[in-house]
Design a protein around this ligand. Structure first.
Ligand SMILES: *Cc1c(COP(=O)(O)O)cnc(C)c1O
Length: 424
């Protein structure tokens, strides 16, 4: 083993891993387009977009240029008492791109932090209105909102870390999994449980928080747009805020620019992250209505109580502007449709595999769910041997490639997924 891998194994924690028995890791030396180049010279076609983020692929000349240009001006400067062009330009773009009521923007460090900020906004808003009893959040099972404490408390209570942090996590209210898939005919009973919960707890709930249409790390499920539209109505009816976590769905991944566009609704607060910088840097954004910002600002202490050190980081904002422009200039809708088409065609073959429980595709997301959990280390090595980067978790093997992937590369990726599962 190289000394690099040896040091890594002994000293570096990776996401959700043991330090005593870590899974193998692969050293990536560089990445270009949709290919990761390993230190041993092998190249892998990327099926993960580095967790939803690298929508334009790696080492993109335009994103590189945006970073370099900004680097020569300043990498960072505090946002307290100071503003700068990259933050303002990004603000213009995000407010323009998102549904009309979202007009106020808080720039923060990551997806999880943007969820913390959203929760805090909702709580401060209710407090400012004198609704001091509204301290709970209502969400649906199967969600994932991040790894920080506020976010963890609204992740799926079984998949998530509720058990481990029992007594520390705030107890929120969970509606059952949505029992109506994206492509199924809509049945109004699917809203019944949610409808009942929000009515019962209407005086305790500050906000509903959920991922729109696509539930990501909590199970990779796609639910019906009418459910989301119904939730919007119920929130209005009970005077509850709606927070939509668009961290995974944002910027075209599900076939619409934002998940909420499938339902034609707007949230009161929207969280963004992941693809916001095209996967170059960590950056989060929390957008809110003018009303929320006004109510918070009008009440004691007259401030929104949050302000990270790296708020509005100019390098990240500059790259985010370039990434948004790049997205809007490409035919992203056609691109994502094309990816969806190929994923539907190629992943269909996995259905006949007796290990497979379900196959589902939406936009540039293809999911194969197995009946039993897979041995990640074994299957990962098989994928790498065949030149693809696919990282399963639990019973889910999924691909969500950069939008720039060619049809040939994508077919190879999907066919390899199907072939490796067949041999497992
Ligand atoms: C990844 C993710 C988060 C957390 O974002 P981080 O940048 O990892 O903190 C929150 N919500 C959703 C829907 C996500 O997919």
């Amino acid at each position: 083993m190289s000394s690099l891998l040896d040091f890594d194994r002994q000293h570096l924690w990776h996401p959700y891993t043991s330090m005593q028995n870590p899974l193998p890791v692969y050293e990536v030396e560089s990445a270009h387009g949709v290919r990761l180049r390993l230190a041993d010279g092998r190249e892998l076609i990327d099926g993960m977009s580095s967790w939803w983020a690298a929508i334009h692929g790696y080492n993109h000349p335009i994103l590189n240029e945006a970073a370099e240009k900004q680097l020569h001006k300043m990498a960072h400067v505090m946002f307290g008492g100071i503003t700068h062009e990259p933050a303002v330009s990004l603000g213009r773009r995000l407010i323009d791109l998102t549904p009309a009521p979202l007009e106020r923007l808080f720039l923060c460090d990551s997806g999880s932090v943007s969820v913390e900020v959203a929760i805090k906004m909702a709580l401060q808003y209710q407090q400012a209105r004198g609704e001091v009893g509204r301290t709970k959040l209502l969400t649906i099972r199967g969600g994932y909102h991040g790894d920080t404490f506020g976010a963890m408390a609204v992740c799926d209570p079984v998949n998530g870390m509720h058990h481990m942090f029992q007594g520390v996590l705030v107890q929120h209210i969970f509606a059952p999994l949505v029992d109506c898939r994206f492509e199924d005919p809509w049945r109004d009973e699917c809203l019944d449980a949610f409808r009942e919960l929000i009515a019962t707890h209407r005086h305790d709930i500050a906000a509903v928080i959920m991922e729109p249409i696509v539930q990501g790390a909590g199970g990779m499920r796609f639910y019906h747009p009418h459910f989301l539209a119904g939730v919007r109505e119920l929130c209005d009816q009970h005077d509850v805020l709606l927070i939509l976590d668009e961290i995974a769905t944002g910027f075209g991944r599900s076939g619409e620019l934002f998940g909420c566009d499938h339902a034609g609704i707007a949230p009161d607060i929207m969280c963004q992250g992941k693809a916001l910088t095209g996967g170059y840097m960590t950056l989060g954004a929390t957008l809110a209505t003018a009303e929320i910002a006004d109510v918070i600002s009008a009440a004691d202490p007259g401030l929104f109580m949050h302000g990270p050190t790296f708020m509005g980081n100019p390098l990240a904002c500059a790259v985010a502007c370039a990434s948004v422009d790049l997205l809007l200039q490409m035919d992203w809708r056609d691109k994502v449709k094309g990816i969806e088409q190929i994923l539907v065609e190629e992943l269909e073959a996995a259905r006949s595999n007796s290990l497979v429980a379900d196959v589902r595709v939406l936009g540039a997301i293809g999911v194969v769910e197995t009946k039993e959990a897979l041995d990640v280390a074994v299957i990962q090595e098989k994928f790498v041997e065949r030149g693809v980067w696919i990282r399963p978790f639990g019973r889910l093997v999924y691909i969500m490639p950069p939008y720039i992937i060619t049809a040939d590369d994508l077919r190879y990726l999907a066919q390899t997924l199907v072939a490796v599962l067949r041999e497992s």
